[in-house]
Each structure stands twice: as C-alpha cells, then as structure tokens.
Design a protein around this ligand. Structure first.
Ligand code: CAA
Length: 304
C-alpha cells in the first residue's frame, strides 16, 4: 500500500567499519566472506542456526583453499573468521554503519525484515538490498530512510564475481550512492550504475537468455547437454545456460522472469512452462540436488 512520504534530515554517513548482512544463504555468506577478508567487521544474521553454521563452514572452506593456494596466510584466515559474528536476531545490527539485506527473494519477506530492522538501526546507517529484481523505490518506501536506501546487487559466487550493480531508488541520495560505490570498491568489486527498472542490467539480459535456453529444450531443438555444450563452446560462456540456471536456482530464475513479465507487461518475458514445471516439482537446481541435472551421484546427469 502507498505510504506517505515524510522528509527528514540525515546525519552524515559515518565511516564504514561494521557491515551487517541479513540472510546467510548463498549470497549472504559470500558477502560476509568478502567483507571479512577485506578487513570489515561483519554481523551476519539468519533466522536459522543451521544456515549460520553452514555459512561459517563454507567460508572456512573457501578461506582454507586460499591459504592452500598461498593467497592468504593462516593468521589472515583466522583474523577474517574472527571478524564475523553471527546471530539469529536483528538486534546485533544496531552498531552497523551499513547493512546489506540478502534474504530470500520475496517482497513480503524483505518488507517484514525492513520494518523490524529500521527502529533498531543507527539513524545514520545506510541500508542496501541485494535484491536481484524487486523495485528499490518500492522497498525504500517501506523504510524510515528512503534517501539512505540503495540497491547493491552482487553476483553469485560473490567471492569470485567482480561486479556489483548499484541501483538508485527514486529517493536515494547522491551521498548514499557514492558511499555504496566506495564500499564496493573497498570490497574489491567494480560497479555499474543501473536504473531502477525490473531486473536491472545483468538479470534483464541473462535470465531471458536462460529462459530461451529452456524453451529450446522444451521445443526439442536440443538436449540439456547439447544446449549447454553449444553455449560453452560456441559463445565461450563459462557454464551452459541450463547448468547456470541450476546454479542460480530455478525458483530464482522463475521469480525474475515473473518480475520482468509483470513489470514490463511484455509477452516476450513469459516464463517457459518447463521452468514452471521444474519449480513445481521442487527440482530447483543444485541446492535441492536436482534440476536440469541430477547432482546426487558422482557427476551431474541430465534429467531429460
Ligand atoms: N564461493 C567462493 N569461491 C568459489 C565458489 C563459491 N561458491 N565457487 C567457486 N569458487 C572459486 C573456487 O574456489 C576457485 O578458486 P581457486 O582459484 O581458489 O581454486 C574459483 O572460484 C574457480 O572455481 P572452480 O575452479 O571450481 O570452477 P570454474 O573454473 O569452473 O569456475 C565459476 C566456477 C566461477 C562459478 C564459473 O563457472 C563461472 O563464472 N560461472 C558463471 C557464473 C555466473 O554467471 N554468475 C552470475 C550468475 S547471475 C547472478 O548472480 C545474478 C542473480 O541475481 C541471479
């Protein structure tokens, strides 16, 4: 529902030392890892203890790989891990100068989190959302600080991918935008500015390509393997589109297609019925160990 806009004065943006991360899934744990290895203190929040434990083990695993490859010393790894604090309550974010929301890609869930978060935060803190497709302007309007609200869209896997899209909502101030670009730089990332339209830049281009690959499979033009091989070897993509869909999560791909379809009212964005079927089956890709490939055995096997 529309909310009345209340103008307010903001204290200056403080120096960013502690970053809050909400959601310890694939994206949140990657953001926490990158922030901690770049010297920031991190407060990582998730409603599930299991998810937090899994995130810490994953971070430990990837940092150990960096130590084994000589990119980091054992002491640096320990120091990075020690900079991460975890908790199941948003209360631990009260000292953070910058909070990144990376919860489930569901507008209602994000809205509930933002409503609970705002009263707990420092009045000068910036809130960023890692949403891959939801309107920044609409989410900002659900906070007490639309000028201090921004989109900061990391790519998966966060520690490997160099890009962060920075998206301004209609009210985002120039100083919030600049602080976000500067933070991304301190995290070793390159930024691009994207306007606040459905799915921004990367997903506006990438997810319809994946959807088209699923149509190509649905119409029998190619098999799972031939489509992926074609795009890996014919277009030099590091992963084929169906392998990439499994990697991103088929539910996420579907939800982004729906945002594009509804947000742009253009039938060219209609989700492929085969994608819908996989999601309805709960075959969501790697995270459920089945998608366009079955990951339960030694090596992935196509599921059709
Ligand atoms: N977290 C941290 N590090 C990871 C990782 C992860 N999840 N996955 C891989 N890595 C690291 C590995 O540790 C490895 O590092 P080392 O050099 O220390 O060994 C490095 O990445 C390369 O990994 P691998 O050798 O295992 O595998 P690879 O060479 O095949 O690369 C890949 C894997 C980087 C994922 C590559 O296949 C790739 O770039 N795929 C495309 C990814 C992509 O398109 N991402 C964007 C998705 S869209 C998105 O994120 C937006 C959205 O909102 C949906």
């Amino acid at each position: 529902m529309a909310q009345q806009y209340v103008e307010r004065e903001y204290p200056p943006i403080p120096e960013i030392r502690t970053i809050g991360v909400i959601g310890a899934g694939q994206m949140g744990s990657g953001i926490a890892q990158v922030a901690a290895t770049h010297g920031f203190r991190v407060e990582l929040v998730d409603i599930s203890h299991e998810q937090l434990d899994a995130a810490l083990s994953k971070i430990d695993y990837f940092l150990s790989r960096s130590v084994a490859k000589g990119r980091m010393s054992e002491e640096e790894k320990k120091a990075a891990l020690a900079r991460i604090e975890t908790g199941t309550s948003l209360d631990i974010l009260s000292d953070c100068e910058f909070v990144i929301e990376a919860a489930t890609e569901n507008e209602e869930v994000k809205t509930q989190i933002l409503r609970k978060l705002c009263p707990l935060l420092r009045p000068d803190a910036v809130i960023a959302t890692n949403t891959s497709s939801i309107s920044i302007t609409r989410l900002a309007a659900r906070t007490d600080r639309p000028e201090r609200f921004v989109g900061m869209h990391f790519m998966n896997p966060v520690p490997v991918m160099k890009l962060v899209e920075v998206i301004r909502g209609i009210a985002t101030s120039q100083e919030t935008y600049e602080a976000t670009v500067e933070l991304a730089r301190r995290l070793g990332k390159t930024t691009v500015a994207a306007e606040d339209f459905p799915a921004f830049i990367v997903n506006r281009i990438l997810i319809p390509m994946i959807n088209e690959a699923i149509y190509t499979l649905y119409e029998g033009v190619g098999t799972v393997e031939s489509i992926d091989t074609a795009m890996r070897l014919g277009a030099n993509h590091p992963m084929g589109p169906l392998e990439l869909a499994d990697f991103i999560g088929l539910d996420t791909c579907l939800s982004i297609m729906q945002v594009l379809y509804e947000g742009l009212s253009d039938s060219k964005y209609r989700p492929c019925p085969l994608l819908v079927k996989y999601v309805e089956a709960g075959w969501l890709g790697r995270k459920t160990r089945r998608g366009f490939y079955d990951y339960r055995g030694e090596r992935p096997v196509p599921t059709r």
